[in-house]
Design a protein around this ligand. Structure first.
Ligand SMILES: [Mg+2]
Length: 372
């Protein structure tokens, strides 16, 4: 089997944040959700789909995939996943070990696993060694609303919709504690602040937040790779710590584990070199007695890959799902959570392909490399 064609699709899908003022991303109001899809065709007629983490019209990411990554894939045997991944990493390491190159490799890796599963006639979880559950709990990953009243309203709303796990992105102590009061004592609530503090501020905040009994404090300090700082927050604060969505590879996670920084490791399969690297990170985390709870901030093939991955882990960690309403979902609506969980697909590969009508309708740029 050979790769004959690689196409990237950049979609921008209108979305709402279930609140009056859309939160900001990169200083811009978040009115559209960007989706970066990678389609890999083969000479056997099997097509794999992957996804790279894309935000805020990140057209440079698409250019990196089109110019640096895709040309290296044409003619390759797509079942040689580890070989291809290593080659891409090695030949492109001067362009950065996290960011667009890593995201692009991640998307390719996911597509190659999809091809492998489709060719074998097996769902992805089977290729990962099997599944420990047939459905995965989803946690509603709320946005930053910034007021107590709006946090309370949205917390009630997601619980009414059936979610049984919540993640907050509030920085304010009162906003976070308001969510706990609104949800009651039994709902697991995780807290993600996205690197706003120095170590002293983070330790103080951790103690101020202790009464909320939050499941973890995620990315408490700046910069995200300040593992010694996170370790200090873990030792001297009141909450367990989580991070990893901005780590570049298993080697970065090793530094975090050696520093004693983490209770929860959060590799993102669409950022940190894909499914293959997540397997390595999970093995390392197991050896360091750190739990693995992947980060997920996409709705397409990357979400599916994370769903299978979580099902293949003995502790079946919950799946992160951003709390947006997209005008159209890049995959089937079947992936909307039902009573707070999503069934693990049983069809070969990732389980669902992106909807061609959605691709056509929301595409904001496409390029194509063909080889005949
Ligand atoms: Mg986060």
């Amino acid at each position: 089997m050979k790769i004959t064609r690689v196409v990237t699709h950049f979609l921008s899908i209108p979305c709402t944040a279930h609140t009056e003022h859309a939160p900001l991303i990169g200083g811009r109001e978040w009115t559209h959700f960007d989706v970066v899809l990678i389609r890999i065709d083969t000479d056997e007629g099997i097509t794999g789909w992957g996804e790279a983490f894309g935000r805020a019209r990140d057209l440079p990411l698409k250019a990196v995939i089109d110019t640096h990554i895709a040309p290296k894939l044409i003619g390759k045997d797509p079942t040689q996943i580890a070989v291809i991944k290593k080659q891409l990493e090695f030949e492109l390491h001067n362009f950065g070990r996290i960011g667009p190159v890593a995201y692009g490799i991640a998307g390719v890796d996911i597509a190659l696993w999809d091809i492998l599963g489709k060719r074998a006639g097996l769902p992805l979880y089977a290729l990962l060694g099997g599944k420990y559950t047939s459905k995965i709990d989803v946690y509603a990953s709320l946005l930053r609303y910034g007021t107590v009243s709006e946090v309370e309203r949205i917390t009630h709303k997601v619980l009414e919709e059936g979610y049984r796990h919540i993640k907050l992105h509030e920085i304010g102590i009162q906003e976070n504690l308001a969510a706990r009061r609104a949800a009651g004592p039994d709902i697991p609530i995780y807290l993600d602040v996205n690197c706003p503090w120095d170590v002293r501020q983070a330790i103080d905040a951790s103690h101020a937040l202790a009464e909320g009994k939050f499941g973890w404090l995620e990315e408490p300090v700046w910069p995200p790779e300040n593992y010694a700082g996170i370790a200090e927050v873990r030792r001297r604060g009141a909450l367990r710590t989580a991070a990893g969505e901005n780590a570049g590879s298993a080697a970065d996670f090793k530094l975090a584990f050696e520093a004693g920084a983490l209770d929860f490791a959060q590799p993102d399969l669409t950022k940190t070199l894909g499914i293959s690297e997540a397997i390595r990170i999970a093995a390392l985390a197991d050896a360091y007695n750190v739990a693995v709870v992947p980060h997920n901030a996409v709705y397409g093939p990357g979400l599916l890959a994370t769903l299978h991955f979580n099902a293949s882990r003995p502790d079946t960690p919950p799946l992160e799902r951003l709390y947006f309403a997209l005008e159209k979902h890049p995959l089937s609506q079947a992936l909307e959570p039902v009573n707070g969980s999503i069934a693990v697909p049983e069809t070969p590969g990732l389980g669902f392909d992106p909807d061609p009508e959605v691709i056509e309708r929301y595409s904001v740029g496409v390029s194509e490399l063909a080889w005949s």
